[in-house]
Design a protein around this ligand. Sequence first.
Ligand SMILES: NC(=O)c1ccc[n+]([C@@H]2O[C@H](COP(=O)([O-])OP(=O)(O)OC[C@H]3O[C@@H](n4cnc5c(N)ncnc54)[C@H](OP(=O)(O)O)[C@@H]3O)[C@@H](O)[C@H]2O)c1
Length: 258
Amino acid sequence: MPQLRSANESPQVVAITGASSGIGRALALRYARNGNCLRLLARNLSRLREVVDQCEAQGAEVKYQTIDVRDRVAMAQWLCEMDQNQHIDLVIANAGVSIGTAGERGRNNYDGDYEVADTNLFGALNTILPLLPAMMARRRGQLAFMSSIGGMVPVASAAMYAASKAAVLSYGLALRASLESFDLKVSVICPGFVKSPMARRHIGWKPFELSTEDAAELIIRGLNRNRAIIAFPTSLVFCARIAALLPEPIQRFIMLRF
Ligand SMILES: NC(=O)c1ccc[n+]([C@@H]2O[C@H](COP(=O)([O-])OP(=O)(O)OC[C@H]3O[C@@H](n4cnc5c(N)ncnc54)[C@H](OP(=O)(O)O)[C@@H]3O)[C@@H](O)[C@H]2O)c1
């Protein structure tokens, strides 16, 4: 049985996509610690199974499934089935991919852009939208979108990654406003650099990089406080906010050297 907790603490049934690795894995393990019920999803079964075992070892009741978040029908089927079985309190649309545009010999390569848009933007919609009607009807539920500080400014070396995260940020905040009258909570998470397998593939300077555990802690604290934007670390958020206000030629000058 899940433990009872005060209104300020974590919700009881938490669904997380991209739970097999990195930030999603750290969130699952952190929520498992309090004995929450978890609904975990990713594509890679063996990695997901490892996380499930670790969560169960901490006392969590876990249901899991391997689904590609781009599969709209399968996502809707599984999420609605889970929700009918036991109401989902919080869903975190965390799954994401990052494919840079810097190709061989410095030539730009945009082949991965459709995959990035499909996963980061439409995958997030496929995660959130199936649960909306039921949550609106019971006037209870919390939705979290995984964006990035990279979504606050254009990024030349990861054009669609930044664009997809900008879309998620804008969409999430709009949804927060439009669902206020239904008492639903919506947050957008904007991390800076977090030490995950995704970040390890990023070559270059990673200022103020955080561990996945620290990132999960900050995310959960923000969700418990129903923050609109959960952005960290503060110094990088400040730089991104300033950069977004600069004239385009200066933005471009900085972007091409970053
Ligand atoms: N790390 C950072 O510095 C950073 C910063 C800002 C934002 N973020 C965002 O945080 C989220 C998690 O990233 P991470 O750093 O933890 O990366 P990660 O370690 O590569 O984890 C990505 C997760 O997403 C899952 N995933 C990817 N494509 C999927 C698909 N089509 N269907 C289902 N699951 C899929 C992966 O699982 P499978 O491969 O098993 O499917 C994995 O569990 C992403 O949205 C990322 O953009 C990360």
